[in-house]
Design a protein around this ligand. Structure first.
Ligand code: PGA
Length: 254
């Protein structure tokens, strides 16, 4: 792994997004993961993003291990009359250190725009959370040859300039690959990651150090191939992150 002050290369990150899965019994999976990594440390950073209610207990459970805990979303404001929402500050207090923002399930299900994501990224920085900002095209957009343009527009619109110098990651998640078992070819992944890295380098002084993760149907059997594609600095894993037995081989492949 790189030193904390080496900004020439991204630190690799494998992140597990539990989505709305995992009641308290699932904490044993986080414990098993932390135990395994304590015995044989990973070559990358590892983070789990459980439902918000589990953040506090999971953070206590993995305390002292290399596993970090993150949130799946945050509100753009720090506090106020926003029924049902949670702020970055609250999530940080609960033990979160990272936050996924702009996941396609939020962009689609909650009509989150690029501007909404930017506001949430600003909130995450204020609250001390490291954003993992997601972008990705639909199948229709890919078939129309627009994948690169869509991703570029999302990326530029979802990242505020204030991110420069702060740790953050980008996750490329083609929507048609999420939860479907379908994955892009290595070449398709490399093309998009190459474009994302170029845009980040052009825009941010810290561009070369920003990890770009691949997400969408990553599993133990395809992890090595996807994780070693050019420009891929880690993975954002959904379904296969719920069980330590599936997630660990992905972490080991990074
Ligand atoms: P998946 O989800 O690995 O289950 O396809 C990925 C994601 O949505 O982050």
């Amino acid at each position: 792994m790189r030193g904390a002050d080496d900004l020439s290369q991204p630190a690799r990150l494998v992140a597990g997004n539990w989505k709305m899965n995992g009641a308290s019994g699932a904490l044993r999976e986080a414990h098993a993961l932390a135990e395994a990594l304590s015995q044989a440390p990973a070559a990358c950073r590892v983070a789990l993003f459980p439902p918000a209610l589990l953040i506090h207990r999971m953070a206590e459970q993995v305390a002292g291990s290399s596993v970090q805990v993150g949130a799946q979303d945050c509100h753009a404001e720090s506090d106020g009359a926003y029924t049902g929402d949670l702020s970055a500050e609250m999530l940080h207090e609960a033990g979160a250190r990272l936050v996924i923002l702009g996941h396609s399930e939020r962009r689609t299900g909650y009509r989150e725009s690029d501007a909404d994501v930017t506001a949430k990224v600003e909130a995450a920085l204020r609250g001390g959370l490291e954003p993992v900002v997601c972008v990705g095209e639909t199948l229709e957009q890919r078939d129309a040859g627009r994948a690169l343009d869509v991703v570029a527009v999302q990326l530029q619109g979802s990242l505020p300039d204030s991110l420069d110098g702060h740790p953050f990651a980008v996750a490329y998640e083609p929507i048609w690959a999420i939860g479907t078992g379908r994955t892009p070819t290595v070449e398709q992944v490399e093309v998009v990651h190459g474009r994302i890295h170029a845009l980040l380098a052009a825009r941010f002084a810290s561009g070369a150090a920003i990890p770009v993760l691949y997400g969408g149907s990553v599993k133990p059997s395809n992890a090595a191939e996807l994780l070693h594609a050019r420009g891929v600095d880690g993975a954002l894993v959904g379904g296969a992150s719920l069980k330590a037995a599936d997630f660990l081989p992905i972490v080991r492949a990074a």
